[in-house]
Design a protein. Sequence first.
Length: 353
Amino acid sequence: MISRRSALLMGTAGVIAAGYPRSMALAQNKIVTFAGWGGVTQEAERKAYFDTAKELGIEVREDRHGGFAGIKAHVSAGNVSWDVVGTGFAECERAARNGLAEKLDYSKIDTTGVPKEFIHPHYVGLWTYSYGIAYRTDKYGANAPQSWADFWDAKKFPGRRSLWAAGRYVLEAAMMADGVPAADVYKALESPGGVDRAFKKLAEVKPHVPVWWTSQGQAMQLIRDGEVDMILLANGRAGSLADDGAKVGFQFKQALLDTEGFMIVKGAPHPDVAHQLISHSLRPQPQALFTKFIQYGPTNQKAFDVGTITAESAAKLPTAPANLKVQGIVSPDWYASKAGEESLARLARFLQE
C-alpha cells in the first residue's frame, strides 16, 4: 500500500519527468499567505509587491486580519495559515510584545536604502502615510495654516476644526501646538505631567471643534463639503480629494508620519518564503511602483532614484526628502505602551465632558 507522502513524492517526480523544468516544479511550492486590511491599500500592495513577486516564483494568497484582535485570535487558535501580516507599526509593536510575531532574520532581508527608523526586530516598514492639517484652500488662500499652533489659533485662522475621536495623533498635535518640537513630542509626553499638559492644550481648542470624526469617509466628507475649514487627515485622503477637484490643501509641516509594517506571524508555515517576499517588497522598483496606485510614501529612499516617481508626484509623498525632514515620526512604542493606551481611553472621557 502506497502512503500519502509517497504518492505526493511520486506525483512531483512525475511532473519533472513529464518535461516540466525543475525550477517550475519548485516554484509551485513557493506559496505565501498575506493578511492585510483589504481595500485600496491592499490592492496597491498586490499590484506593486505581490504581482511582481511572481518573477521570483512566489505565489501570494491573500486574506484580511481585522486588526490586532484578529491577529491575536488567529495565532492563539493554534492553526496558523498566515505568513506575512501588514498593519500599522503600533499594531506590529503590540503583536511583538504579545509574542505574536517572529523575529525577522535581516540576513535574508535587504534593507539597503531604508532608514533605521523603519527597521525593527520583529517588523519592517513598507510604506508610509502622514496625518497632518488638511484645509480649505478657498477659505485660507495663500494664508494657509503652517503649524499646529496655527490650527489652535482661532483668531488668526477663524473657522471650524475637526480632530479624530479615536485619539490617534491628537496628543502629539497638542504638544506641538504648545511649542514642543516634533522630534521631542514623545519625550515630552512620557515626562511627568506630559499627558496632563497635552490635555490642557486640547481644552483650549475643544470649543472650536464641533465635530470629532469617527471614520475616514466622514472626515473626507467634512472637509470636501466645507462643513469644517481644517481637519486632521491623512495625506492620501486629502490628495485624492484634491485630485477629484475639491478645494483642499495639505500641510506636511509638523505632520505625523506613520508606517505600515510587514511582520511574520508566530508559527507562520512558510517563513523562508515570507522573508523573500518582504525583501522583494523593499526593493526600490516595487517601492516606487506602489506610489503609482496610492499617494503613500515608500520607505526605501532609493525608490526616488529609479525614474518611476516624478518630481510632481514626489511632492505629494510623505517620505520625499523635502517632506520627510519637516515631519515628526510616530512612535509605535508609545501607542503600544500602557501610558499610550491609557491616554486614548482618557481622550474618550474628555470628549464626553
